[in-house]
Design a protein around this ligand. Structure first.
Ligand SMILES: [Zn+2]
Ligand SMILES: [Zn+2]
Length: 139
């Protein structure tokens, strides 16, 4: 279904490209990635990690527009293809006179594997971090 290397940070993209090309510097690759994201061949996926910092992944915009679910524990990205949902979102953009950008804000959560792993560690899988602890995604 989904290749694990599909969503890459600029650093990972640069590393992958450097494996195939020599003589080009990382910074010129990075500049090229930003240009490509602006022009369209690359799409951005922004996720916020457990410390609420934003990480931007890049992917080839070779698939229908889709959304992303992000596991904050293992950093796994799952892709959601929902034509009805996309149609609805697009309609909202058009209603407000906005052109949708080739970017998605991933929705954070905990994947099935990580729920099992946390349960095995004896910690509650969901939000039950304890009444005194702040919410998982705001820390
Ligand atoms: Zn996970
Ligand atoms: Zn994607």
């Amino acid at each position: 279904m989904e290749s694990p290397q599909r969503h890459l940070t600029p650093e990972q993209l640069c590393a992958a490209m450097l494996k195939r090309n020599d003589g080009q510097s990382i910074s010129s690759f990075k500049k090229a990635i930003y240009d490509l994201a602006d022009l369209g061949p690359l799409a951005r996926v922004v996720v916020s990690d457990r410390k609420n910092r934003a990480i931007t992944f890049y992917e080839l915009a070779d698939r229908p527009v889709h959304r992303h679910l992000y596991c904050t524990r293992c950093a796994g990205l799952a892709e959601v293809f929902d034509a009805t949902l996309e149609q609805t979102i697009r309609q909202h953009f058009l209603t407000h006179g906005l052109m949708p950008a080739k970017a998605d804000l991933a929705l954070p959560g905990l994947c099935a594997d990580c729920q099992v792993a946390l349960a095995a560690e004896g910690r509650p899988a969901a939000e039950g971090v304890g009444p005194s602890a702040p919410a998982r995604f705001n820390g």
